[in-house]
Design a protein. Structure first.
Lengths: 115, 115
């Protein structure tokens, strides 16, 4: 596609439910990132994939968070047993290269609300 | 670790006024620097970037110069328009490959331009 696509755009879940957020990066982009953006804050790094390999998951806040990119394209971020503090906008970004000077292209995000 | 500090908002200006949004950073090595913009209801968009000291990034009338001696990357525009109203994020990434390319963001500065 022309840009990074995320779905759903909005997700409401009850505390304790599991959720899955999808990211479809720009075709051919090697690098894929997930970020979490709390209200009024800048995005914070969660995890990074290079193709299908998850090279950095140091930003995942707990073992309830899990991400995968099995075929090196679409990625899914899964949150198990959701808590209210998980409410945030989850952003996916992709870039064509692996270097830090490559700009990242962001999707519109998934706004997650936990009741 | 890496960090980015931005001036707090909101910044309110009249149309055609001069804009400066301050950004300073702390990082090891030689990071790449970025400004991203988030218009209401939209995702993050890359505004401009600079990858080495003394580089000037520019786009849509906005400029920022990578100042290594002051570890700064201030955003400027000579004459703002109402359509520039948005949240602006300063960010940095490492120049190495892989995990160093994750972005570290500031907290964002909201700009409101009035007629």
């Amino acid at each position: 596609g022309a840009g990074v696509s995320q779905s759903p755009r909005y997700k409401v879940a009850k505390r304790g439910q599991d959720v899955a957020l999808r990211c479809d990066p720009i075709s051919g982009h090697v690098s894929l990132f997930w970020y979490q953006q709390a209200l009024g804050q800048g995005p914070e790094f969660l995890t990074y994939f290079q193709n299908e390999a998850q090279l950095d998951k140091s930003g995942l806040p707990s073992d309830r968070f899990f991400a995968e990119r099995p075929e090196g394209s679409v990625s899914t971020l899964k949150i198990q047993r959701t808590q209210q503090e998980d409410s945030a906008v989850y952003l996916c970004a992709s870039s064509s290269g692996q270097g830090g000077n490559q700009p990242q292209h962001f999707g519109d995000g998934t706004r997650l609300s936990i009741l | 670790g890496n960090s980015v500090t931005q001036m707090e908002g909101p910044v309110t200006l009249s149309e055609e006024a001069f804009l400066t949004i301050n950004c300073t950073y702390t990082a090891t090595g030689y990071p790449s620097l970025f400004w991203y913009v988030q218009y209401p209801g939209e995702g993050l968009q890359l505004l401009l970037k600079a990858t080495k000291a003394d580089d000037k990034g520019s786009n849509k009338g906005f400029e920022a110069t990578y100042r290594k001696e002051t570890t700064s990357f201030h955003l400027e525009k000579g004459s703002v328009q109402v359509s520039d109203s948005a949240v602006y994020f300063c960010a940095l990434s490492g120049t190495n490959t892989g995990t160093a390319s994750k972005l570290t963001f500031g907290t964002g500065t909201r700009l409101q331009v009035t007629l």
